[in-house]
Design a protein around this ligand. Structure first.
Ligand code: NAP
Length: 349
């Protein structure tokens, strides 16, 4: 038996999303079914509807919050009615060393993505949170911290985790100078987390209109990257740079701002890295990458967010506005994350 789910799907590469219904598999013994209340729009959704998409129709969405409506027979972590959040992973092997360590995004068999991936047990493609419901292994449903706005928690599950995990890995904290490049969905949370972790934080932006915002988000200083004098003045000072830019861009000017031994961690998934090796050799600088954390790191991020009252700055839209939201995201016109109020789907259908 399957369940008919109302969703919003892209039907062809680069096309708009449109209402769609599909047949969802049943929850297995360790699964929970989640009625989606809110789903963030990540820049990855744009890439997936565009060049990265593998199979269409494609239902995006991997930053969601909702209520558990069904639990499989062996589920112990959640009960019907619980408010949970789901990120970019819905399953993994659970056996390999990274999975056992709670670092499932590094699963040796490749963790199952929330959408546009194959279900591990052959039950068809996974479909994301631009929908009324999703099914997820109980391990990958996280309790939403009390007292935080659930809509603004949703983006923490991908954008938040993707910046918090490298900040923790590279020891952002007191005595460290951290630069955040690109003040978008990921970057604005990077600034908030780095500041709350105790680092000295500098935001790099291409947008003059974001300078005041970046200070309000917690940056101690903001550098407009188009200003060569201000860029040159940053030489040799950063312990860590978190680069969230989604496109290929010159990275050498940023590499030169790293202190000796510093690390530029690119989480923005550009198609390639445009950096001069010589800028790395001098100063023994490193280029690194990273992504969203596994269950242990995600839980730590949510606990830290609850303690420091950190959520995303969001603009809530209805499902009818998803295409407009995607266009505005592409045009760098969002402060700082669109979140879809999926409940409006239910009231409209
Ligand atoms: P976003 O909201 O669009 O923010 C990206 C920011 O980068 C923009 O706000 C802009 O900031 C800056 N920017 C954009 N285009 C640029 C260009 N051509 N040159 C220089 N700066 C530019 O996107 P997001 O949701 O934060 O995602 C950012 C990237 O991270 C995407 O490619 C996404 O797929 C990737 N991502 C990776 C992971 C992972 O696991 N590694 C997880 C989630 C997302 P300013 O206006 O301040 O310059």
């Amino acid at each position: 038996m399957t369940t008919t789910i109302s969703a919003y799907a892209a039907f062809e590469r680069g096309g708009p999303v449109r209402p769609w219904t599909y047949e969802q598999r049943d929850a297995r013994e360790h699964d929970v079914r989640v009625e989606v209340a809110y789903c963030g729009i990540c820049h990855t959704d744009l890439h997936s509807i565009g060049p990265w998409g593998r199979s269409f129709p494609l239902v995006p969405g991997h930053e969601l919050v909702g209520r558990v409506t069904e639990t499989g027979s062996a589920v112990t972590a959640h009960r019907v009615g619980d408010l949970v959040a789901v990120g970019p992973v819905v399953d993994s092997c659970g056996q390999c060393p990274p999975c056992v360590a709670g670092q499932e995004t590094m699963c040796f068999t490749v963790a199952t993505a929330t959408y546009d991936a194959e279900d591990r047990q052959g039950d068809g493609p996974t479909r994301g949170g631009f929908a009324e419901q999703v099914i997820v292994h109980e391990r990958f449903a996280y309790r939403v911290p009390d007292g935080l706005d659930p809509a603004a928690v949703a983006p923490l599950l991908c954008a938040g985790s993707t910046v918090f995990t490298p900040l923790r890995h590279w020891g952002a904290g007191p005595g460290k100078t951290v630069g955040v490049i690109g003040i978008g969905g990921l970057g604005h949370l990077g600034v908030k987390f780095a500041r709350a972790l105790g680092a000295h934080v500098v935001a790099f932006t291409t947008s003059a209109a974001k300078v005041e915002d970046a200070l309000a988000l917690g940056a101690h200083d903001v550098v407009l990257s188009s200003d060569p004098e201000r860029m040159a003045a940053q030489a040799n000072r950063f312990d860590l740079l978190l680069d969230t830019v989604p496109a290929v861009h010159p990275m050498t000017p940023y590499m030169l701002t790293l202190a000796p031994g510093g690390t530029l961690c690119s989480v923005g998934l550009p198609a390639s890295f445009d950096v001069a090796p010589f800028a790395m050799v001098v100063g023994r600088r490193s280029l690194a990458t990273g992504g969203a954390g596994g269950t242990a790191e995600t839980r730590e991020m949510l606990d830290f967010s609850a303690e420091h009252r950190i959520t995303a700055d969001i603009e809530i839209i209805g499902p009818d506005d998803i295409n407009a939201g995607l266009k505005r995201l592409e045009a760098n016109d969002v402060k700082y994350r669109f979140v879809i109020d999926m409940a409006r789907t239910r009231s409209e259908h």
